[in-house]
Design a protein around this ligand. Structure first.
Ligand code: KG4
Ligand code: ZN
Length: 336
């Protein structure tokens, strides 16, 4: 079962070719045009996807050594949302057109579910507790199976990645600055600058990061050392993510810990989660750094999961792009 998966929800043009859940080849092209603007410019992102996608697809076929003609691919999948609508439309329209012209099924995939489904095909045991921390979302979830995933709570304001990016911008680290702040934090003393721990009750499955970002700005204005500030900020965010995640692991009686989303590239978060997993004796499913941030492998695995539970599943060609998703049950297929 060859799946061609496309991800264009924000500023990465990503394509993956899978055989079931196995990756044959993939390509992730990050858009650099936005760094000069200090944030993603939606119209530039859409135009850039439109220019880049054909060559990314060509590269993936070449890498996989698979001929690029109708008939090779069994299923086309693309992210339908949440994300930037103009960007989503590029990948979505391409996948629909390819499916339509070759008479093959098309699947419209939920981006949030896709982050978790990167781990589909691995020996995840249920019930599992999941932490999804990205640039747009920060949530805790309960997974009773791959078919039953329930939201426990999300951030009330900024997502964790967004707070990293905004604080990195204050520190002059460019955009997106999460990784740069992480690197700077390695040289700082996390106890040198005092920052608050918002919503710090671990039993509350909700987050708040906007006050922390404001406190970081005030500390910087008062002359805090940038590396110390970065270290303190990183520690506060990671403490909040880890303490609430571990509380839910205990509440649920989790047999696995599942982590996903761009912020799981953070080195302190990775250390903390690995240590907790070893201490609790609960296996941890953590993406490799490259697949923490947006990629198309996760979209392909989400599509593989949909087809495993219903081989005749397909989305309507009327499947539309959407910018936001709110709901209590998360599943990979967002348009039927
Ligand atoms: O999952 P993702 O690629 O996109 C969304 O779905 O939002 O996540 C991107 C986010 C950005 O905010 C980026 O700064 C953050 O992940 N990020 C990091 C690190 N690497 C990427 N945040 C903290 N530390 C990192 N090392
Ligand atoms: Zn994402």
């Amino acid at each position: 079962m060859k799946i061609l998966a496309v991800e264009t929800s924000c500023d990465d043009t990503a394509v993956a070719l899978l055989d079931g859940t196995d990756l044959l080849a993939e390509e992730i092209r990050h858009q650099d045009v936005h760094s000069a603007h200090g944030g993603v410019v939606p119209e530039l992102a859409s135009r850039n996807h439109l220019e880049t996608l054909p060559s990314v697809i060509g590269d993936v076929f070449a890498k996989a050594g698979v001929p690029n003609f109708p008939g090779t691919i069994d299923v086309y999948a693309a992210t339908a949302g949440p994300g930037l609508v103009g960007s989503l439309l590029v990948g979505l329209s391409w996948a629909k057109a390819a499916a339509w012209s070759s008479g093959k099924p098309f699947l419209g995939i939920n981006h949030l579910a896709a982050h978790l489904f990167l781990h589909y095909g691995k020996p995840v045991k249920f019930p599992a507790a999941a932490l999804l921390a990205s640039g747009g979302h920060t949530c805790l979830l309960r997974m009773d199976s791959w078919e039953r995933i329930t939201m426990l709570g999300c951030t009330r304001d900024d997502a964790a990645g967004e707070s990293f990016d905004k604080t990195a911008k204050l520190l002059g680290l460019g955009y997106p600055g999460g990784a740069a702040l992480d690197a700077l934090a390695e040289r700082g003393d996390p106890s040198a600058v005092h920052l608050p721990s918002p919503l710090h009750d671990p039993s509350l499955p909700e987050f708040s990061f906007s006050g922390l970002k404001t406190a970081a700005r005030i500390a910087l204005e008062k002359g805090a050392d940038p590396a110390d500030l970065a270290a303190s900020f990183r520690l506060r965010v990671v403490d909040s993510l880890v303490s609430k995640f571990l509380h839910q692991c205990r509440e649920i009686g989790a047999a696995s810990m599942v982590a996903a989303g761009g912020v799981t590239a953070n080195s302190l978060l990775r250390n903390r989660l690995s240590r907790a997993s070893a201490l609790l004796g609960i296996p941890l499913f953590l993406p490799d750094v490259e697949h923490s941030t947006d990629n198309a492998l996760m979209v392909g695995r989400a599509a593989a999961a949909v087809l495993d539970s219903d081989p005749s599943a397909r989305s309507s060609l009327q499947c539309n792009a959407f910018s936001r998703w709110t709901g209590s049950g998360l599943s990979p297929l967002c348009c039927h």
